[in-house]
Design a protein around this ligand. Structure first.
Ligand code: BTN
Length: 325
């Protein structure tokens, strides 16, 4: 449940790290009594925020653990620039798939910027109908609603924008290189750390809405992954040895995504291409039209992968899977 007072308190506490915030100031800003503020602080403490109260000084937030709370994300997201999505976050403790929830809201007319996050998913899914392991607390599961006024031919741009945003945000927070495997896999040290599932409803020409689902492995240990995934999947915990807060990660991802979404695609294409390790390689791609082999030479203006066959012929590919070499 989102409350404006919780958002106001969390914004004040997070923007004054380890400093005291006066209860009286909070009460004045919120237009409520100090006792009411105290009740909200008490609730925030109960959900896991370590808030210290000091007579005559006020309240301060100590290093917070991984509390997954929509109000905190709302409190800390940067304001959107004109034309950027205005993110509004809703949390579900458990759902089948956050993509399904956002899809339903989109069909009911929800505005661009809705983000649904979950603690766990019972039927999390990845691309090509694959399952996405979505246990409680260990991963970040989020889906965002976008309504780009783009022709349908440019839908792949959204996956490019989103995978770049995830890679840049994670690298900035963790200080370790994050790379991208076409079209949407986020990799750290040669293993998959996360992925994007973009689902779209469109008229023959125009996109009506798109749901961008983001899955990121955060605190899984090796034994949390099935044996078959040990060689190919990883988490931030495994790679860095550190615990990360999902809220910090999501705020960084949404902030970066907001910016890239409205940027000229040429800027995004350049940054994405520098991170994508599939480019320059000779690859086999399974596409809806069959298997193709060639050298991945770049992205076109729609975000499609350009594959050059031995004959020199270049084919743009909008969907597919790179097969293991
Ligand atoms: C992939 O790499 O194949 C994409 C994985 C996407 C997983 C996320 S988790 C949040 C959202 N809900 C889902 O069911 N899937 C996406």
């Amino acid at each position: 449940m989102t409350t404006a007072i919780d958002i106001l308190i969390l914004r004040a506490l997070f923007s004054n790290p380890s400093r005291y915030v006066s209860g009286e100031d909070l009460a004045t800003q919120a237009g409520v009594s100090r006792a009411a503020i105290w009740k909200h602080l008490d609730q925030l403490q109960k959900i896991g925020y370590p808030i210290e109260a000091q007579p005559h000084q006020g309240y301060r937030l100590l290093a917070p653990p991984d509390v997954w709370c929509a109000d905190e994300i709302a409190a800390r997201l940067p304001d959107p620039a004109p034309g950027e999505p205005n993110w509004r976050v809703l949390l579900f403790q458990e759902t089948a798939s956050t993509n399904d929830l956002v899809w339903r809201e989109a069909q009911n007319g929800a505005q661009e910027g809705l983000v649904i996050i979950a603690e766990q998913q019972s039927s999390g899914r990845g691309r090509q109908g694959r399952q996405w392991q979505s246990c409680a607390k260990s991963g970040l599961y989020a889906s965002a609603l976008l309504r780009p006024h783009w022709p349908l031919s440019q839908i792949t741009r959204l996956t490019i924008v989103s995978s770049l945003a995830v890679a840049e945000a994670v690298e900035k927070l963790c200080g370790k290189e994050v790379r991208i495997k076409w079209p949407n896999d986020v990799f750290m040290r040669g293993k998959k750390l996360g992925g994007i599932l973009t689902e779209v409803q469109a008229d023959p020409e125009a996109i009506r809405f798109a749901v961008v689902g983001i899955g990121l492995n955060v605190s899984q240990t090796k034994s949390d992954f099935p044996d078959a995934l040990h060689a190919i999947a990883t988490s931030l915990k495994i790679e860095t040895g550190h615990d990360y807060r999902r809220a910090d990660l999501l705020i960084a991802i949404l902030g970066t995504m907001q910016r890239h979404y409205r940027e000229p695609f040429e800027v995004v294409r350049q940054a994405w291409s520098e991170r994508c390790f599939s480019l320059g390689q000779t690859i086999s791609v399974r596409t809806p039209a069959g298997q193709l082999v060639g050298q991945a030479v770049g992205l076109d203006e729609n975000g499609a992968l350009l594959l050059r066959a031995e004959s020199g012929r270049i084919t743009p590919i909008t969907a597919g899977d790179i097969l293991p070499a």
